[in-house]
Ligand binder design. Structure first.
Ligand code: 6CS
Ligand code: FE
Length: 318
């Protein structure tokens, strides 16, 4: 094994070495994507459960009705309107734009639970947290949450990455017992920069080249440069897995495994592409020291300390 200058503890076992200084590494993932056994009382059908295990993502249309979506859009609008009250750090503007340029400059707002009771309620909803508990086979907590407002005309792309690669390297997430739930708040179609995924890519971890710079998150949230595979590796992965998009009308829920390779194109259409995004982690997979960064990222990106399990809520969002 190569010496890692940015490793915190060289003796600690690490299933997924990354931010390497020699070459990229492909590691076969042996952990399951679905940690529960399916039964008739499961919140997903057997076919949906098998699809998540096989593809590393699942698109569920029609789980949220029109009134619920309207209520959530209002919450997202209200949040963006009070953006100037949110600490500078906890908000990302589009590359080249500052928040003084108005609403269309805002790309991401983090820590939804603390800014909006309605979005906190959404995180706990059985259609999100309940499904996450089932798939992860454990109680869950929110590792990270954010609203992505990919504005019309100016919304920029997100380059290919595995979320887990960053959460492992920079946040100290030990295992792949986490997933993202993204609720589409506007229609996402082929044109406005929808999520693109490589089906089945969650079964391979790509250890990436390049040391983690200090305070990497300050630039990586705008444009991720470290922790992304090379063009050669990405081309091989597309040859192996193909590409798919996660599209659907507002109210569609997209679930994806923490290691599924994904990205999205920019949005030059007039139609914004909004989604409310929650990362659920199993309480048994709590964070330790980062595996490949000097210091952990701030709390708004990665909840640290003893996880507080979510109490799942039934019923509609009102
Ligand atoms: O930093 C994060 O947690 C997320 N954002 C980016 C740009 N990459 C990794 C992960 O998806
Ligand atoms: Fe991502």
């Amino acid at each position: 094994m190569t010496m890692q200058t940015n490793r915190v503890d060289l003796t600690r076992s690490d299933l997924y070495p990354t931010r390497l200084d020699d070459a990229e590494r492909r590691i076969r993932v042996t952990e399951p994507a679905v940690w529960s056994r399916w039964g008739v009382d499961a919140p997903l059908t057997r076919e949906q459960t098998e699809r998540f295990e096989r593809d590393g993502f699942l698109v569920l249309e029609g789980l949220f009705d029109r009134d619920e979506v309207r209520t959530l859009i209002d919450a997202a609008l209200a949040l963006r309107e009070k953006a100037d009250e949110i600490p500078q750090d906890e908000l990302v503007t589009e590359p080249g734009l500052g928040r003084e340029e108005g609403a269309h400059a805002i790309r991401t707002i983090f820590r939804l639970e603390t800014h909006s009771p309605l979005l906190r309620r959404l995180a706990a909803d059985r259609r999100l947290a309940g499904v996450a508990e089932f798939l992860l086979g454990d109680s869950v907590y929110v590792h990270q949450s954010r609203l992505n407002y990919k504005p019309g005309f100016t919304g920029k792309e997100f380059y290919w990455h595995s979320d887990f690669e960053t959460w492992h390297a920079e946040d100290g997430m030990p295992n792949m017992r986490a997933l993202s739930a993204s609720l589409l708040l506007t229609d996402n179609n082929a044109l406005n920069g929808p999520l693109m995924l490589m089906p089945g890519s969650h079964r391979t971890f790509i250890g990436c080249r390049g040391e983690t710079p200090e305070d990497n998150y300050r630039s990586s949230l705008r444009r991720q440069e470290v922790g992304v595979p090379s063009h050669d590796v990405l081309a091989d992965m597309v040859a192996d897995h193909g590409l798919d998009t996660a599209t659907g009308p507002a109210g569609t829920l997209v679930l994806f495994h923490c290691n599924t390779m994904h990205g999205s194109n920019g949005n030059i259409t007039p139609d914004p592409r909004w989604n409310a995004f929650f990362v659920f982690n199993a309480v048994s997979n709590r964070l330790v020291a980062p595996y490949a960064a000097r210091a952990p990222r701030p709390d708004f990106l990665a909840r640290r300390g003893r996880p507080e399990p979510i109490r799942v809520e039934q019923g509609r969002i009102r």
